[in-house]
Design a protein around this ligand. Structure first.
Ligand SMILES: Nc1ncnc2c1ncn2[C@@H]1O[C@H](COP(=O)(O)OP(=O)(O)OP(=O)(O)O)[C@@H](O)[C@H]1O
Length: 376
């Protein structure tokens, strides 16, 4: 059963200039134990989407519409077997669905606090600064464990903190060091250990490797993979770096201008990309296999998101734009079922928001040519 389900999620920020449409009509699912990567250039809404899950948006941010369904229900709405009660399901004021999923976007502050860290933990952007400089690193992990599991003794919690540090490749003796005595990579690994402290079902990691050099990046990614295997948690990794995603993720969602442009398995996205934005993004990052390939960047900049017009968000930078793209932002089309005809995606398979997805073979070929991406 799906662990997390975004249903037509739209998130806005109010500003003096109007509403920033940071996330618009986004649909996708995260399955238990899988790693889902959310990728796209800076400013496309990835962090906003990640923060909205745990209601950690900036003060002027709010969920405009849509739901975020989690396969877990607060204990106050379940019976002794952990199943949601019929009363909770029948009561319209309680955000619990027939299939036992709970809408995170409809919880109040006290309720969402019970989800944070216990069921879902977040490794925020620039997490390396998230460790408290005046407490020993091990004590911070111990405290995180005891905060959520008050019945754990000091000794047990300390023991678990040491094990967690070891699992991410930090020598347990370093538990008595302060954050400033750790290197950047070690701090990031300690944060990963802390995120796992309460055995969550889902970990959201926002740019977990961005501030690190390439070799340390690899070690941190290894630590994430090891921890995920050990704890069997699902991961939502947010990154602008599509090559990081190739190595780490089972499935990928590509965002642009607040919209999900394409989603599919990592193989779909890298071997059969079916959206002009994905093709452009892939051209602009080095791949692991091709050493001397030429990198092509997408000319132009991402769109402004204050009250954007209802055209394809990528229209200004897309070399393949046609009249239909001006009329509306495309819905998600099913990529595999295209046989010269567009059909809207009904499942979470390989999907692309492009009016020309039925011609994708040709667009893919043209996307490899330098002149295609010349300034328009
Ligand atoms: N508090 C805020 N008020 C107004 N606009 C905001 C606020 N926070 C973010 N935005 C805008 O929302 C859009 C999405 O930003 P977001 O940070 O989610 O993107 P991102 O893809 O995560 O980029 P980055 O990797 O740079 O954080 C951007 O246009 C950004 O300027």
């Amino acid at each position: 059963m799906t662990l997390l389900e975004f249903n037509d999620l739209s998130v806005r920020y109010s500003t003096d200039d109007g509403a920033v449409h940071a996330v618009e009509d986004v649909n996708f699912t995260v399955e238990p134990g899988e790693t889902f990567g959310l990728v796209g250039e800076s400013g496309c809404g990835k962090t906003t989407l990640g923060k909205s899950i745990l209601q950690l948006l900036d003060r002027n941010g709010y969920v405009e519409s849509g739901e975020i369904w989690l396969d877990w229900v607060l204990p106050k709405w379940t019976d002794e077997g952990g199943e949601p009660t019929n009363e909770a399901i029948a009561d319209d004021s309680i955000p619990v669905r027939q299939d036992g999923k709970m809408n995170l976007a409809a919880l109040d502050e006290t309720e969402i606090r019970q989800v944070r860290w216990n069921t879902i933990s977040l490794i925020p952007q620039s997490a390396m600064n998230a460790l408290n400089p005046v407490y020993k690193v091990g004590d911070q992990i111990t405290e995180a464990i005891q905060l959520h599991e008050p019945e754990t003794t000091d000794e047990e919690a300390r023991e678990r903190a040491m094990q967690l540090l070891e699992s991410v490749g930090v020598e347990p003796e370093r538990a008595d060091d302060y954050a400033h005595e750790f290197s950047g990579g070690m701090r990031q690994r300690a944060i990963i250990a802390m995120a796992m402290a309460c055995d969550p079902d889902l970990v959201i990691a926002d740019e977990p490797t961005t501030a690190l050099d390439v070799i340390i990046q690899d070690r941190v990614l290894d630590a994430i993979r090891d921890m995920q295997e050990e704890f069997d948690a699902a991961m939502l990794i947010i990154s602008h770096d599509i090559s990081v995603m190739a190595e780490t993720c089972d499935r990928i969602g590509v965002m642009y201008g607040g919209r999900l442009m394409e989603s599919g398995t990592t193989h779909d996205i890298f071997e059969n990309a079916a959206n002009p934005y994905t093709l452009g993004l892939e051209n602009s990052f080095p791949t692991i296999t091709a050493e001397n390939e030429q990198l092509l960047s997408i000319p132009g900049t991402p769109p402004q998101l204050v009250d954007p017009p209802d055209e394809c968000r990528f229209i200004d930078r897309c070399p393949f734009a046609v009249d239909a793209c001006e009329k509306s932002h495309p819905p998600m089309f099913d990529v595999e079922s295209q046989q010269g005809e567009l059909s809207q995606a009904t499942t979470d398979g390989h999907r692309s928001a492009c009016h020309r997805v039925d011609e994708i073979e040709e667009l893919r070929n043209r996307a490899t040519e330098d002149e295609t991406w010349q300034e328009r």
